[in-house]
Design a protein around this ligand. Sequence first.
Ligand code: ADP
Ligand code: MG
Length: 553
Amino acid sequence: TGTVETLEFQSEARQLLQLMIHSIYSNKDIFLRELVSNASDALDKLRLETYRDKDLRAETDNLHIEILLDSEARTLTVRDNGIGMSRDDVVNLIGTIAKSGTADFLRKLKESKESAGQDLIGQFGVGFYSSFMVAGKVTLVTRRAGADEGVRWESAGEGTYTIESLSDAPQGTSVTLHLKPADDEDHLYDYTSPWKVREIVKRYSDFITWPVQMAKEVKEGEESGLETVNSMKALWARSKDEVSDEEYHEFYKHISHDWTDPLETVRMQAEGTFEYQALLFLPSRAPVDLFMRDAKRGVQLYVKRVFIMDDCEALMPNYLRFVKGVVDAADLSLNVSREILQQDRQIRAIRRRLEKKILSTVKTMMTEDAEKYATFWQEFGRAVKEGLIDDPENREQILEISSFDSTHHADKPTSLRDYVSRMKEGQEHIYYLTGDSRTVIENSPHLEAFRAKGYEVLILTDPVDEMWTESATGFDGKTFQSVAKGEVDLGDETTDEKKAEYEDLLKWMSATLSDTVKEVRLSSRLTTSPSCIVGDAGDLTPTLEKMYRAMGQ
Ligand code: ADP
Ligand code: MG
């Protein structure tokens, strides 16, 4: 045993710990899910590493998770004999938070009201620190598989922790919580009660693929020992009618760290050349980092029940980065790396099928459950529309599941299908106008003639709308046409008589404004405004121009 060092938590970690200690999170039970999930990850990692590194001096017998309770000492310990951590690991992984978006998350949390704060925490995934919701002090003892020395870490969560080397420690990690006094008379929150803990494990961690063991409940004369509490069945490998919605939902929460039920559960089973099983989820709300550049994305990859990696981005196109879930492929090598996956033919084939399946699921949702679809679009529409640019191959299907604000309804977006069905006799195009906000667009003189004729115009206010409309070819045989660009042919030509009448005025205006405009012409697109500025058909819109300028181009 070496000397005891006292170190400080990184400042963001400190803030998060404060939140845990003065817990604003009502469901404290989830700390156990987090610890069991970490232990399960550690066992996954050990198994994978021993596959990859045959020389690793690791113990691989009897891999399991154990929960020990001591009601006298008021402690709860979660122990695994998995990969463990080195001293540096402990300092870097436990003493700091490397998650992307932490600063942003903390800022939002500060600004939010209490209940919204709970929502945010649920989405962010609190991990190991959730121990401090129920513990006044946490002791962690760990030894990295193959290493000689172990490490002991301890903290009350208040700014600092201590760390020391141990000459003797079992492989893996044990986390001991010194529980705060039970804060209710019924001891509902007594986490040293075996039935209580068993119930939490069953509820949150039943599908963990490693045995979670606890001391047997013994009657007089029976021998004591351990028993496995969870069923360990990989949900995606079980037949559909064997699994309840509840179980799917808990599994979703386990892999996503979300605490609300998913909006939709998607199951896929493929046999033949590319054999795989997939269990995917559409969350019911967007994660805080949906639009952050370095946000994690992608689903979990397993190969024949062996966990390979989190956030496998090769399996999901970027515009569907919010989809969570598991893909278990049968014929991949356990040694696959991210680089190899990007090139792999089989992975690309699977990705195409997952993508199509998600699109068709949303399409079904659109017709069968409008409310659900509205939630989906509200939360993820902006991301999905990126697919209109990134993925020309599926553009038609993506347009099919998209909806847009329009002049037809003040606060209900419309699908393009519905737009097309309302098109007026003689209307050839799908008209749209892009701009900063609905109000700006609605007050635009460009709309006047369309309004007068009863033509519906899509109101596009997301920056991404500027981009995809540039390259979109059309929908259902109709082309997209900006009402702010080129000559809009609304059928009523300006007569020669009128042209003659205004000739002098137009000449004078063209000359006077020659520095700022290319041409001044009579138009049928206005009803009450005397004039408006339009772009050429190939021009950038004002917003795009602004965007390019901001990017220095
Ligand atoms: P997350 O699991 O989302 O990464 P956590 O806060 O739960 O976040 O854990 C932080 C990190 O600490 C983990 O990523 C892992 O590297 C390490 N860790 C936590 N618990 C264990 C454990 N039982 N065994 C090995 N490493 C662990
Ligand atoms: Mg974790």
